[in-house]
Design a protein around this ligand. Structure first.
Ligand code: COA
Ligand code: AMP
Length: 631
C-alpha cells in the first residue's frame, strides 16, 4: 500500500473494497470474509458479511498467541481513590474469561443485551470484553445519567442483565449507583433478570433482592470461557446517544468492521505501535471511551490507560502531566474542555514544569470544536502537535483528522483537518447541490460509510433511514454544518439539529425541554446552548408559566433545575432556568430559539421577518441581563 496520504485516501474512495480487504488481513478471523461489501439493500450496507471473528479474541487472545501475553494491556490509575493497577494481556484475559463464565452462569447467551452502568474501574472494561467473548451485546450507560435515562436504555435494549458497582467518585461527591439502579428498575417497564454489583472496597452496599448478586459471588463458580465464533455483522454493542428528540438513539456497531477499522486507526491516525503507551482521557460511557480507552488500543496490542480522575481537582491541574510522565504516555486524546479547565486553573503551566514529558509526542482533541486559543496554548506548553479531529458516536472513529501515522499535514487553526481515508465527505446546499470550496452547507458523507460505522439503529431500521439517509439521497447526513476549503480542510461550524455539546458531552435541548414541560406550572419553554468559556456550551432554559400560577419564580426555577438533574442527570449541567413572560415566535408559532441564542451570545442577528411581535426580543434581552446571562 502506498505511503502517501493523498494516494491512500484516493484508493480508499475509488476502490473501497480492495482497500478494506487488504486492511482486514491484519485481524484474526475464524473464517476470512470472501464478500467484502454487501450492497444490495442500500442504505443498509454490510462489511465482511460472511466473515467470522470475535471482538475479545482480537483484543486479548491474539496478542497472547503472538507471544506478547506479558506486555501491559491496561494501566488503571485513580487519583480519586489512590488506587493503581497494571494488567498484562494474560492477566486481563484471565479476568475476562472468568467473568464471561460468570455471565454464562447467569444464562447470558449470544445476542443477549447486558447494560453496564459503572464508574471508570477495570471491572467495567472486563465486563465489556466478557460480553464480547460470549457474543453478548453490551450497552454502557454513562454514570452521570440519572435513573430515567438508565430506564429508557433498559427498556429499549430489553437488557437481560445489568452490571453495576456500589459507587463512583466525583470530586467532593460519592455517586451511589444502587439507589439510581433501583429507581431505574422501578421506572422501566422491562425488568432485567439479574443485577451483578461490584462492591468497591470500603463502600459496600446491601444486596437484598434475590436477583442481585455481587461481582465476587458471581465469580465463585465461574469457569473460564473461550471466545465464541461471531458473524462479522452481529452486533458488538449498542451505545445510546442524544437524538433530535428526547428518545435516545441506539447506535449499533457490527463486530467485523469495528475490529478492522479501529485497529487500522491506531497506527494510521494516531501513529501508535504495539510498544506504545496510549491514553484517552474520556469515560467508557462515551464513544471516545468505547473506541479509544478500550477497543482500538487493545486491538492494536499497545498499552491503554484507564484514568479515574479529572483534569483539575484530582488533586490539581497537574493530574494529566503526572499520568503522562509516570507511564511515559506517547499520545493523549481528550476533549478541548479538559484543556480549557487546565488553562483556567494554571494558565502559566506551573504544574507542567514539575514533570518529565519527554516521551510525549502528540495531543488529539475531539468531541467539540477546538478553539484556536486553546490549541495554541497547548502547543506552546507541550511543544508537540495538537490535533483537532472530528467524529461522532455514529461513526466510532474520526471522519476528519490529521493522519499522523500516514503523513503529517499542516495545522489550520479552527479546522478539523482533512477527510480520513474511507470517508468521502461533501458539503451540500439545501437543494442537494455540492457547495463550492469555502461555501457553507450541510456536511454529509457519501454512502457506503466505511467499516466500523453504524449499520443501523437498534431495532429501528426505519428511524435510521429517515433520520440519517433520506434528506440527501445517497449520503449520510452528519447534522454538522460547515465548509471545506480549497486545500480540502474541513471546518465544522455548528450542529443543524437541537444537539449541544456541554464539556464534550452530547445533549439534546429537546430532551431537556421535554423535562421542563412536565413541570406543573410550565406552559411552554425553550432550551438553548449558550457559549461558555470552559464547557464550550451550557444549556439555559426559558420557561413561560401557565395563567394563574401563584408560586414565585425563584421556586419554579429551582424546581426546574432539580427536575432536569433528576431526570437526565448531573451531566446536563443545567443550572439556569429563567421565568419569562412570553417566548418569541414566528407567526406560524415556531419558537425562535436561534435568535434567542444569538442575543444571549451577543452575536449580531437579523430581526426575523416572520416574527409575530418584535418587542419580545427586547424583553428577553432584559431578562437575560437581569439573570446575569448577558453582561
Ligand atoms: N458520574 C456521575 N456524575 C458525573 C460523572 C459520572 N461519571 N461525570 C460527571 N458527572 C457530574 C459532575 O460531578 C457534575 O456534577 P455537579 O453538577 O454535581 O458538579 C456534572 O456531572 C457536570 O459534569 P462536567 O460537565 O464534567 O463538569 P465538571 O465541572 O464536573 O468538570 C471538566 C468539568 C472540564 C473538568 C470535565 O467536564 C472534564 O473532565 N471533561 C473532560 C472531557 C471529557 O471527558 N469529555 C467526554 C467526551 S470526550
Ligand atoms: P458525539 O457523538 O458525542 O461524539 O458528538 C458528536 C458531535 O460533536 C459532532 O457531530 C460535532 O457536532 C461535535 N464534534 C465532535 N468533534 C468535533 C470537532 N473536532 N470539531 C467540531 N465539532 C466536533
Amino acid at each position: 500500500m502506498s505511503s502517501n496520504f493523498r494516494q491512500i485516501y484516493e484508493q480508499s474512495i475509488n476502490r473501497p473494497e480492495d482497500f478494506w480487504q487488504e486492511i482486514s488481513e491484519d485481524i484474526f478471523w475464524f473464517k476470512k470474509p470472501k464478500q467484502i461489501l454487501k450492497k444490495d439493500t442500500p442504505p443498509f450496507y454490510k462489511w465482511f458479511a460472511d466473515g467470522v471473528t470475535n471482538t475479545c479474541y482480537n483484543a486479548l487472545d491474539i496478542h497472547i498467541d503472538q507471544g506478547r501475553g506479558d506486555k501491559t494491556a491496561l494501566i488503571y490509575d485513580s487519583p480519586i481513590t489512590g488506587n493503581k493497577k497494571k494488567f498484562t494481556y494474560k492477566e486481563l484475559k484471565d479476568k475476562v474469561s472468568k467473568f464471561a463464565g460468570a455471565l454464562k452462569n447467569q444464562d447470558i447467551k449470544k445476542g443477549d443485551r447486558v447494560i453496564i452502568y459503572m464508574p471508570m474501574i477495570p471491572e467495567a472494561v472486563i465486563a465489556m470484553l466478557a460480553c464480547g467473548r460470549i457474543g453478548a451485546i453490551h450497552s454502557v450507560v454513562f454514570g452521570g445519567f440519572a435513573s430515567n435515562e438508565l430506564a429508557s436504555r433498559i427498556d429499549d435494549s430489553k437488557a437481560k442483565l445489568l452490571v453495576t458497582a456500589s459507587c463512583g467518585f466525583e470530586p467532593g461527591r460519592t455517586v451511589e449507583y444502587k439507589p439510581l439502579v433501583d429507581e431505574a428498575l422501578k421506572l422501566a417497564s422491562h425488568k432485567p433478570e439479574k443485577i451483578i454489583l461490584y462492591q468497591r472496597s470500603g463502600h459496600e452496599v446491601k444486596l437484598n433482592a434475590p436477583n442481585e448478586i455481587s461481582w465476587e459471588e458471581s465469580m465463585v463458580k465461574a469457569q473460564d470461557e473461550d471466545c465464541v465464533e461471531m458473524n462479522a455483522n452481529d452486533f458488538a454493542y449498542i451505545l445510546y446517544t442524544s437524538g433530535t428528540t428526547g428518545i435516545p438513539k441506539g447506535i449499533v456497531r457490527d463486530i467485523g468492521g469495528h475490529i478492522v477499522a479501529l485497529k487500522w486507526t491506531m497506527k494510521n491516525i494516531y501513529n501508535i505501535d504495539t510498544n506504545d503507551i496510549w491514553w484517552s482521557a474520556s469515560d467508557i460511557g462515551w464513544i471516545v471511551g468505547h473506541s479509544y480507552i478500550v477497543y482500538a488500543p487493545l486491538f492494536k496490542g499497545c498499552t491503554t490507560v484507564l484514568f479515574e480522575g479529572k483534569p483539575v481537582g484530582t488533586p490539581d491541574a497537574g493530574a494529566f502531566w503526572k499520568i503522562i510522565s509516570d507511564y511515559k504516555v506517547k499520545s493523549l486524546f481528550t476533549a478541548p474542555t479538559a484543556f480549557r479547565a487546565i488553562k483556567k486553573e494554571d494558565p502559566e503551566g506551573k504544574f507542567f514544569s514539575k514533570y518529565d514529558l519527554s516521551a510525549f509526542e502528540s495531543l488529539f482533541l475531539a468531541g467539540e470544536r477546538a478553539d484556536p486559543d486553546t490549541i495554541k496554548w497547548a502547543e506552546n506548553l507541550l511543544k508537540v502537535p495538537v490535533i483537532d479531529h472530528w467524529w461522532q458516536t455514529e461513526t466510532s472513529w474520526a471522519i476528519s483528522s490529521n493522519c499522523t501515522g500516514i503523513e503529517m499535514q499542516k495545522t489550520k487553526y479552527g479546522s478539523a483537518c482533512k477527510a480520513v481515508p474511507g470517508y468521502d465527505v461533501k458539503v451540500l446546499k439545501s437543494d442537494s447541490s455540492i457547495a463550492k470550496p469555502n461555501e457553507m452547507g450541510d456536511i454529509v458523507v457519501k454512502l457506503p460509510l466505511p467499516p466500523g460505522t453504524f449499520p443501523t439503529l437498534w431495532k429501528a431500521d426505519e428511524r435510521y433511514k429517515k433520520t440519517y439517509m433520506t434528506n440527501y439521497n445517497g449520503y449520510y447526513q452528519t447534522y454538522d454544518a460547515g465548509h471545506i476549503d480549497d486545500d480540502g480542510y474541513i471546518w465544522i461550524m455548528s450542529r443543524t439539529d437541537d444537539i449541544i455539546n456541554v464539556a464534550g458531552h452530547r445533549l439534546s435541548t429537546g430532551a431537556i425541554e421535554e423535562v421542563l414541560s412536565e413541570h406543573q406550572s410550565v406552559a411552554e419553554c425553550a432550551v438553548l446552548g449558550i457559549a461558555d468559556k470552559l464547557k464550550g456550551q451550557l444549556p439555559i432554559g426559558l420557561v413561560v408559566l401557565k395563567a394563574g400560577v401563584t408560586k414565585d419564580n425563584e421556586t419554579i426555577s429551582k424546581e426546574c433545575i432539580k427536575m432536569v438533574r433528576d431526570k437526565i442527570g448531573p451531566v446536563a449541567a443545567f443550572k439556569v432556568a429563567i421565568v419569562i413572560k412570553r417566548l418569541p415566535k414566528t407567526r406560524s408559532g415556531k419558537i425562535l430559539r436561534g435568535t434567542i441564542r444569538k442575543i444571549a451570545d451577543k452575536e449580531e442577528y437579523k430581526m426575523p421577518a416572520t416574527i409575530d411581535d418584535p418587542a419580545i426580543l427586547k424583553e428577553i434581552e432584559e431578562d437575560l441581563i437581569k439573570n446575569n446571562i448577558l453582561k
